[in-house]
Design a protein around this ligand. Sequence first.
Ligand SMILES: [Zn+2]
Length: 191
Amino acid sequence: MEDWKLPSAVERCSTCAAELQAGQPVTSVIRLAAAGPGRQDLCATCGLTVGSEAEVFFWRRPRPATKTRQAIVDYTLLRELFSRLLERPGALYERLSYLVALVLIRKRHLRLRGFEPRAGREVMLVTRGAGEPALEVPAPYLTPEDMVEVRAHLNRLLQADLPDDLLADPDRGESAATDAEPTDAESTEAC
Ligand SMILES: [Zn+2]
């Protein structure tokens, strides 16, 4: 799996390398490719070529005048992205959509209904609000190292730095399956 080649602060159009100008519209594209999502930021001209392909999620904003990089996350947009991530198959998308769901729950853009077993796995049930149907979000087990890795992916996609507390694992309550403890090869051998 290739790593994402994405600079932390985008200064130039991903396609034509023109400098992105303050006040000009920038089209930010998240391409939901099979190998994993990648992001591009396009100038006004190149941004016009972005269509409504199935794998494309994009938004268009004027580039802020300030040079300071602000970690602003648009949660309404993030909720749309979440729906798209959730549709994509694969473990990486599963992890990303789970993390995005955690963020949206913390920010009250999704409501947590609880966890339920599904075919030997656990799903997190969330809704968009009262009276809305529940969405099933696969809830993979993530080690602290996994969390760091997936969060880094998410930060690169959003061009933001999501704080730790937004990604805290919710209390899953009384989970029935407490076996399957992953025993790492740390067994102390008797001398
Ligand atoms: Zn361009």
